[in-house]
Design a protein around this ligand. Structure first.
Ligand SMILES: *[C@@H]1O[C@H](CO)[C@@H](O)[C@H](O)[C@H]1NC(C)=O
Ligand SMILES: *[C@@H]1O[C@H](CO)[C@@H](O)[C@H](O)[C@H]1NC(C)=O
Length: 300
């Protein structure tokens, strides 16, 4: 068998910042700055290429707060702030998610910055979480948020392409698959996410490992820290890095923490050669839901 080319060209060193956000936006941003500085100065994997933030790092995690904390992109306070940090430390920043205000609509949006501080990707959460359980909980994101209508894939410098989704997006295998397959060939999916203490233990690891195994790619999840003893949303924590074999290579606990990992670029071709699902799909039998042309890719 010929030697397969890896969609990840060289090892990628990442830090996941699992932090807790409160009601004070300035304090939240200051905490982001301190954690990024700490990640840079205490890295256990060498000089960092990517720093990733969790979902909802600049605001409390509550549906009725989205509009109040929302900002325009570009130009908003958080966007400018992350841009300057990326530039200062010369790293890529995968900027968790923030509420974005555009044409009077609020989106759940994730930005990625390159080491020059330029926005290189913008993903608007595609699947909104609406539930209404009789005698149970009701949670309707669509009351306060609008959904994005594109998959997001972007070029992470000369490392290769990556895909990005937000939280609930991880439950939809199709979104990860479009980014993993030609012509995009992403080596990883990044998901800022905030599962709770019921769905976390039940599905967090399972979904991350499933998307990794389905597509033989890396899957990276960054959660807010648990608000233990607080009255805010209780996020599961457990930020996670899964390799293309489905193996967990790094996992955080529940509190505030910086998690480091190095993604080994030799793994992708090795996995795909050993278990060639990537090349042996039988679309003549079950059809192909991905197909070029059906996918709208975000152009930020
Ligand atoms: C994004 O969506 C999640 C639900 O999946 C929500 O709880 C969260 O607060 C939203 N974040 C922002 C920044 O709007
Ligand atoms: C977490 O979310 C699930 C699904 O929406 C819900 O059924 C459950 O009650 C929630 N758990 C907690 C602890 O809030």
């Amino acid at each position: 068998m010929s030697v397969l080319k890896s969609p990840l060209t060289k090892n990628l060193r990442i830090a996941l910042i699992q932090l807790k956000a409160g009601a004070d936006k300035a304090a939240n941003l200051n905490s982001v700055k301190n954690h990024i500085e700490k990640a840079i100065s205490t890295s256990t994997v060498g000089p960092l290429d990517v720093v990733m933030l969790p979902e909802c790092f600049n605001s409390p995690y509550a549906v009725d707060q989205f509009r109040r904390y929302s900002e325009s992109i570009p130009g908003g306070e958080t966007t400018e702030f992350l841009s300057s940090l990326a530039k200062k430390h010369s790293v890529y920043i995968v900027g968790g998610s923030i509420p974005e205000l555009a044409d009077d609509k609020v989106y759940n949006t994730s930005l990625t910055f390159d080491p020059n501080g330029e926005i290189i990707a913008k993903h608007r959460k595609t699947h909104l979480f609406d539930i209404d359980i009789k005698n149970g909980i009701t949670f309707k994101e669509s009351d306060s948020l609008s959904a994005g209508d594109k998959a997001t894939v972007f070029k992470l410098g000369d490392f290769g392409n990556v895909g990005l989704g937000i939280c609930y997006d991880i439950r939809f295998p199709e979104l990860a698959s479009v980014t993993a397959r030609a012509p995009h060939n992403s080596f990883a999916m990044f998901y800022p996410g905030a599962f709770n203490t019921t769905t976390g233990p039940l599905h967090w690891h399972l979904l991350a490992r499933s998307r990794a195994v389905d597509n033989e790619m890396f899957v990276i999840l960054c959660s807010p820290a648990r608000d233990v003893g607080g009255d805010g949303y209780q996020a599961y924590g457990h930020s996670l890095v899964v390799d293309p074999y489905g193996k967990i290579v790094a996992e955080a606990g529940e509190g505030e923490e910086v998690l480091f990992a190095e993604l080994d670029h030799t793994l992708l071709p090795a996995v795909r050669q050993g278990i060639p699902v990537h090349y042996q799909r039988r679309f003549d039998v079950y059809g192909d839901y991905v197909g070029e042309g059906k996918v709208k890719v975000s152009d930020k």
